[in-house]
Write a protein that binds this ligand. Sequence first.
Ligand SMILES: NC(=O)c1ccc[n+]([C@@H]2O[C@H](COP(=O)([O-])OP(=O)(O)OC[C@H]3O[C@@H](n4cnc5c(N)ncnc54)[C@H](OP(=O)(O)O)[C@@H]3O)[C@@H](O)[C@H]2O)c1
Length: 245
Amino acid sequence: MKTLLLFLLYWNLSEALSPRTVAVIGPTGRLGRQIVQELSTQGISTRCLLRHEIPASTSIKSLEEAQSSAEIAAYLQSLPNVTFVKGDLSDVSSLRRLLEGCDACAWNYEGEQLLRSSGMDYIIIRPGVMKDSVEENTRYGLRDNGEDMKVTSVSYHQIAALAIQSLEYSNCRRATLTAMNDADGGETSYAPLLARVQPDRRVFPVSLLEEHRKAARVGGLTIVTVLVWMAQATVKVVLHLVGSF
Ligand SMILES: NC(=O)c1ccc[n+]([C@@H]2O[C@H](COP(=O)([O-])OP(=O)(O)OC[C@H]3O[C@@H](n4cnc5c(N)ncnc54)[C@H](OP(=O)(O)O)[C@@H]3O)[C@@H](O)[C@H]2O)c1
């Protein structure tokens, strides 16, 4: 498996293993909302980056009923210990404001390499295909050192729980974890798997993001080529029709 879609989770563990305040980027996303909700339940404060205002007219619905990003944000804001910071991931100043006074940060961003080279402590989680439904009798699988696993689906709830639980394990500092379900060799909980985790021991390819960007550019070029080809074909048909009158 070549992981090009990355979920990045960063916990600044320099202060303490049990954080008091966690910054969450992407709180309204399907994974982010579960992390915020669970942290709130555990009495841990979150500071969430939100790129839009919550209109005053937004009604507070349950998470199941909330449809729009604003409705989800309004719900999260109603939870204890949840605050929002307005800003965009691409705006460094809003990130600085977000991270002020935070001990940990859950970050949805393709920035593994930036994080590794920053010298800060981190836990990176590469999940399988995430879905809402939770399967019974799940066998949890986890590999460290960014090792590949057979891609399977995992629930958002499961990955949110792993993100929070991994905080309690000092051996997970500077670790890149692959989290899939493993029907054959898996465990019934994350605890024994987390206990065996070791920090990253290999050099990760620097060119991965560049390869991704190249692939995206080639993909974009292909789409543009197809569009140009379709436009040319349409013009030919129209000219043919005009000529036949
Ligand atoms: N879903 C999967 O199967 C899967 C598998 C592997 C990895 N991943 C990665 O895991 C992460 C979480 O997945 P998900 O399914 O929860 O994603 P999602 O539902 O699409 O949520 C994305 C979140 O990021 C926010 N966001 C997007 N661009 C932003 C920006 N420029 N500035 C600030 N916030 C921004 C969105 O805010 P708005 O509400 O404003 O849109 C939303 O809260 C993603 O990075 C994804 O690529 C997902």
